[in-house]
Write a protein that binds this ligand. Structure first.
Ligand SMILES: [Zn+2]
Length: 275
């Protein structure tokens, strides 16, 4: 599912084509997208809005309008946004289409239909997001100390702690495993027991893993696409994720798979310290 690097890639591609554009015609075909709001009502409310900024918070794409309203898009498992000149043919997974005032369209497609669109009134988006999301790991203000605060006193495995969106926003299963490998920390280590050096390494590892993902336009495993329909390239450069049995690039031992935080988890049993 799209994580911070994938959503940031979408944001960067959409920003130049959406900012300044007006939503002319809006069609929402799937009531699950806007639930519990009526999709016809949300579509009618969105029509006429002009985009002021395209931002990201955690895994949310945040479309700010000049009116002060905000559209919060969460892609969940399989949502994707495409920017197209013309709609091509029938697509059974097309859930919404926004016709822009330059004649192009923004298409939302979603196979599993877990994605959400929430139209927030002025002043509502900030509190909504802050209630659900912790710190942004790529923000300048996110220091090793801030990471230490987020993990302090937690007996949960470090993998579970960094997946917790209320502590750290945007990290999902892929980039958690990649960051822990980079930091040489075993995913089952209790989060609150990490030492100073380990916290520094994890801070570096998180940023390096996320930045590597952004630099390669994200990872396309199944449905994720960039807004021009292309694939990300990060899946070719995973250090551990999905690489069970393949040699660790650092020490040569085979990567192992286990479960942590209820999720499939890949790690190197030799160079990721169990403490
Ligand atoms: Zn290794």
């Amino acid at each position: 599912m799209p994580e911070l690097p994938e959503v940031e890639t979408v944001r960067r591609r959409l920003e130049p084509v959406l900012v300044g554009r007006r939503f002319d015609r809006v069609e929402i075909f799937d009531p699950r997208l806007t639930r519990p709001e009526d999709p016809l009502e949300v579509a009618a409310e969105l029509a006429g809005e002009r985009v002021e900024a395209v931002e990201r918070r955690g895994k949310y794409l945040v479309v700010r309008f000049e009116s002060g309203r905000t559209l919060l898009v969460h892609l969940r498992m399989t949502g994707s946004l495409l920017h197209v000149g013309e709609l091509d043919g029938d697509d059974p997974h097309r859930r919404a289409v926004v016709g822009l005032d330059d004649g192009t369209s923004l298409v939302y497609r979603d196979v599993r239909r877990f994605g959400t669109w929430l139209l927030a009134e002025p002043g509502e988006a900030g509190p909504y997001l802050d209630a659900r999301l912790g710190r942004e790991p790529l923000a300048q203000a996110f220091t090793t100390r801030r990471l230490a605060e987020a993990l302090a006193g937690r007996r949960a495995p470090v993998k579970a702690a960094i997946l917790d969106q209320r502590r750290l926003a945007g990290v999902g299963n892929i980039y958690a495993d990649e960051a822990l490998w980079r930091a040489r920390i075993h995913p089952q280590r209790p989060a609150g027991e990490l030492g100073e050096d380990e916290l520094r390494a994890l801070h570096r590892g998180l940023r390096a893993a996320l930045n590597a993902g952004i630099a390669r336009q994200g990872a396309t495993l199944r449905d994720y696409r960039t807004p021009d329909g292309g694939s990300g390239r990060m899946q070719h450069e995973f250090k551990v994720y999905g690489r069970e049995g393949e040699p660790c690039e650092r020490c040569g031992r085979p990567i192992e798979k286990t479960r942590a935080a209820g999720r499939g988890t890949w790690f190197c049993p030799s160079c990721q310290s169990a403490g």
